[in-house]
Design a protein. Sequence first.
Length: 113
Amino acid sequence: MEQENFFWTLHVAVVNGWLQYKRDLKTSEAASSSQKHSMHFTLDIAEALTKMNKAYARKSRGRMSVTANTETSRRRVRRPEPTTAARFDQVAHWPEIINQKNRCRSCRKTSRK
């Protein structure tokens, strides 16, 4: 019974948040097509809560292994940005201090001498 009350309270909080979201969109005169459906709003909240206080997996640097795919394209694939809530949650977004020369994207010169 306790668990049912918890999930009911959680659902009521999400629905109240969605109603507030709809009210805020009406007062800001945003396009009605930009309004999220309640299911998408709930899924965004669930995604933000599951990613809360977790560091993102980083790509390993260095030499590729022999078993890795040797056929690589020159163009990098852009990774999608994390959600706004995850971007501003103050977790795992600190710059790394490295002692390696970095290169400029446009002119290919090293930025440190």
